[in-house]
Design a binder for this molecule. Structure first.
Ligand SMILES: [Zn+2]
Length: 456
């Protein structure tokens, strides 16, 4: 079978938040992009058969296979601002930096260049599934979807809807609710009809957030989500300003308002969620929606740390987002380590002038295995995608770590327990360590040459 191959070597994944599973010499069989079998101890005969037909990727002794990373929250058009424009509060940041940049995507040629760079950068960082906000521009958003499909990144692509004249500048907003819905519908149809797209790239309904949208638009998008059977993404209870804006306009929390508009849906992605109360968390859980936790951008724009441990204990689905470019790093591993750090700072508190006993929120910390689970299986669960784990029936979305490369900061000792090695990976691995990346069995980045080249 020309679309079959196998990978043999050290593999590690996190089948549960507190469970690290590592195999020193496993064999993973891949048929048509999907994991057909996982052998924790590589059977010599099976391995030899793949090798004889040139369809075996045999990892070097220090290399390790990990599941691909699932980034639940990326603003694709903000990529040109990565690493800058972090000095203003959210409401002013939008007006001064973000809306003027996003308005430039009226130029589809400019958009094509930015999106090519972005998708390549994210794949090189191991992001195999990406959930994107684009802009209000249909041609540019179509370019993003086409770029993901051509480069082989699993993606959810949203054309941003925003029509409220009080919150959105005249140079960058939908001319009406009807126009926004029509353009959203056109994007859905375009993405679903892309030649060769068998579900790798999907449309996602994307009201920017309640402050940017009229009630008429929000109701209409809720109806469209039900009609079209699409995922939905938006921002939810992100900062004091945003949360307060919705409370005063709608008389309820973001979560309750989204529910009334028909926008709190199964597998919907709510970005941030820092100010979610207990009733909100219960409602999100019962709806089957999830939170995109963006710990780095929260430190700059949210005025608070997301109570991640509390959300997980209430059974809410959570994954991680870089929130490019409110988050200044493209690597989801960076978000994973920041999630650990933010949880520790929430637990202890941060103001030394406050007595230790009153400074923090006890019991808030998460560990590195939980952070890695959020970055892989947790994010996949939010989206209801079978990826993020090495399990039969799951898509073969994976990255190959190679700490032997001369630019690596990563020091892995095979004699250490798996949890210790994962701790080192989460805290010190980065783009130089990622030698190859596969999505749905297709090699989409890297320098490993052999059977994996063909893929799907
Ligand atoms: Zn965002």
């Amino acid at each position: 079978m020309t679309d079959s191959f196998a990978v043999r070597g050290a593999c590690l994944h996190t089948p549960a938040p507190d469970r690290v599973e590592a195999w020193p010499d496993a064999l993973i069989e891949v048929h048509a992009g999907t994991i057909a079998a996982v052998h924790p101890d590589a059977p010599a005969g099976v391995s030899a058969a793949y090798e004889a037909s040139g369809q075996l990727v045999h990892l070097a002794p220090r290399q390790m296979l990990l599941p691909g990373l699932v980034d639940l929250h990326i603003h694709a058009p903000q990529f040109p601002n990565l690493g800058t424009a972090l000095d203003l509060p959210l409401e002013q940041w939008l007006q001064d930096y973000t809306f003027p940049l996003e308005a430039r995507f009226a130029d589809a040629a400019y958009a094509a260049g930015v999106y090519e760079d972005l998708v390549g950068t994210l794949l090189a960082n191991g992001t195999t599934t990406a959930v994107y906000f684009a802009t209000i521009h249909l041609p540019a958003t179509q370019k993003l979807a086409e770029t993901c499909l051509r480069r082989g990144q699993r993606a959810f692509v949203g054309r941003v809807a925003m029509d409220h004249p009080d919150s959105c500048p005249a140079f960058y907003r939908d001319e009406s609710a009807d126009a926004a819905v029509a353009q959203t519908r056109a994007l859905i149809d375009h993405v679903r009809a892309l030649p060769g797209n068998a579900g790798l790239v999907r449309p996602i309904i994307t009201p920017r957030f309640i402050p940017a949208c009229t009630d008429e638009l929000l109701h209409a998008l809720g109806a469209l989500a039900a009609e079209a059977g699409c995922h939905v993404q938006t921002h939810c209870s992100e900062s004091d300003w945003e949360h307060g804006h919705v409370l005063s306009r709608c008389g309820c929390s973001d979560t309750e308002a989204l529910h009334r508009f028909g926008l709190l849906t199964a597998n919907g992605v709510l970005a941030h969620g820092n100010f979610l109360g207990d009733a909100d968390l219960a409602r999100i859980r019962s709806a089957g929606a999830g939170v995109a936790h963006c710990p780095l951008s929260n430190a700059y724009f949210a005025d608070a740390a997301f109570p991640l441990r509390a959300a997980l204990e209430k059974g809410v689905r959570v994954g991680l987002g870089t929130d490019i470019a409110g988050g200044a790093h493209p690597s989801l591993l960076d978000s994973a380590r920041m999630a650990v750090t933010a949880s520790r700072m929430l637990e202890t508190g941060v103001d030394p002038a406050v007595a230790a006993a009153a400074r923090g929120r006890p019991g808030s910390r998460i560990g590195t295995s939980e952070a890695f689970w959020l970055a892989t299986a947790g994010g996949a669960e939010v989206l209801d995608q079978q990826t993020g784990l090495f399990r039969p029936g799951y898509a073969f979305d994976a990255l190959l770590l190679d700490p032997a490369n001369p630019d690596s900061n990563l020091r892995l000792d095979p004699a250490e327990p798996a949890a210790r090695r994962l701790e080192r990976i989460v805290h010190t691995a980065g783009r130089p360590d990622i030698a190859a990346v596969w999505v749905g069995g297709r090699k989409v980045h890297g320098r490993v040459g052999n059977a994996s080249e063909r893929g799907g």
